[in-house]
Design a protein around this ligand. Sequence first.
Ligand SMILES: Nc1ccn([C@@H]2O[C@H](COP(=O)(O)OP(=O)(O)O)[C@@H](O)[C@H]2O)c(=O)n1
Ligand SMILES: [Ca+2]
Length: 498
Amino acid sequence: MSAQRDMKEKSPWRTPVTIIIITVIGVIAIVALVTVAVLQNKPLSQKYKYGIVLDAGSSHTALYIYEWPAEKDNNTGRVEQTHSCKVQGPGISAYASDPWKAGESLTDCMHEAQQKVPRNKHEETPLYLGATAGMRLLNMENSSASDQVFQAVEEALRQFQFSFQGARILSGQEEGAFGWVTVNYLDDRLKQGLETTGALDLGGASTQISFVSSNYDGSESPKNSVTFRLYGNDYNLYTHSFLCYGKDQALRLTLAQQTLSGPVIISDPCFHKGYTKIKNYADLYDSPCVSHRKPQGAPATFNHTGTGNFQQCQEQIKRIFNFTYCKYSRCSFNGIFQPLVQGPFGAFSAYYFVMDFLNLTDTSEPLTEVKDKLTKYCATLWSEITAQHHTVKEKYLAEYCFAGTYILTLLTEGYNFTSESYSKIKYIKQIKGSDAGWTLGYMLNLTNMIPAEAPDSPPLPHAGYVSIVTIMAILLFIVFILSIRPLWSRCSKQLHIV
Ligand SMILES: Nc1ccn([C@@H]2O[C@H](COP(=O)(O)OP(=O)(O)O)[C@@H](O)[C@H]2O)c(=O)n1
Ligand SMILES: [Ca+2]
């Protein structure tokens, strides 16, 4: 017994200094464990990647900068638009006779992009330019002029340090499908496999409609069908792009059918009473959408005069749609197949700009009321309109009655939206800070940022992992304190005795 006691008393564990050292080491070890566990799993939130897309539209070019977290596997982190820049001047197709100016026009926005993307990221940042209906029309009309515009634009873009990936014309199908991808990606509908939103895009020279229809398998009109496999879900998308049915070309089509006989005065119900302007026949017919209809022996100019009548304007617009032939089970117009519209829709670009200007974006309002309001707007005298909106450019201001009427006619007569399905349209400019349009979908596709299969989800989200490690560390600490408590009390007793 006494020998045993001697051994215990001589044990180094029993000296107060040792116990203090063990306690301090234990506490440091636990604090270190928690710190390492938390830091190792903390997302490296400062590291981003960037991508730049130039949307060379028929009326103007816009630059978009996108950003996404770099640490996510295969770049599957959320992509967001961080900046946009509107290029001064017209779309690149307007520089056909002066191609180098098309390249030059982009430099201001490109310099802005240089400022916005961190310098050390420039070389690795992909830069794309996609051109839409304006260049499609120029290419049809004069393909060498279109090539020269592309040459000039490419040369200008290569001057920058970004990783230039090329400039090209998007097909109408691509334009429609990528617009649909953008809207559904931003709404988080793809990742979660939710019901998708259709996309309605109204440009100046073309317009796109894209949606998933449960009773459409793509076989009836394969050229209107695009299939995607995204996050493990298959989508069979109906899409169509109507060239010449963007709002600026549709206005030409509408006016052209009123000038068939080459009159000197045109009384136009789509323009306000009191509006009158001398216009050139040559300018009106300077587009492949209408050039073949130019009246023979027409005078050089005509007097474009408004009468401000929504009903008659709608009648004029209806005449630019051909409903007489359809070789499919059902058509929208001009013999183009279209299943019945289905589900919610997002309407963006000029759909939004026009309806926002007219205060008609509230689609919970009955369609009859929307038409009543537009009837009143169109009937307002031009002098009153200009007085109410003196900051808006006259050319744009003059066209809102036409544009609003065109939108309602295209949706209800062209695409067959009913008062019920119309209420499922949302006029949108942006979703969560990113513009609705084809550019984001285009970049996501070219950078393979939407995987075909659903990514393996981690067993626990980051916050859950950190919580568990913290709880474990606290429990370990409590167990540790409890285990050294007897040693501490013995130690203090010893100190007392000493
Ligand atoms: N603030 C704005 C910006 C554009 N817009 C119109 O939106 C349309 C944009 O078309 P776009 O240039 O993208 O032409 P596409 O190549 O897509 O046919 C044009 O008709 C513009 O006039 C508008 O009404 N208000
Ligand atoms: Ca566009």
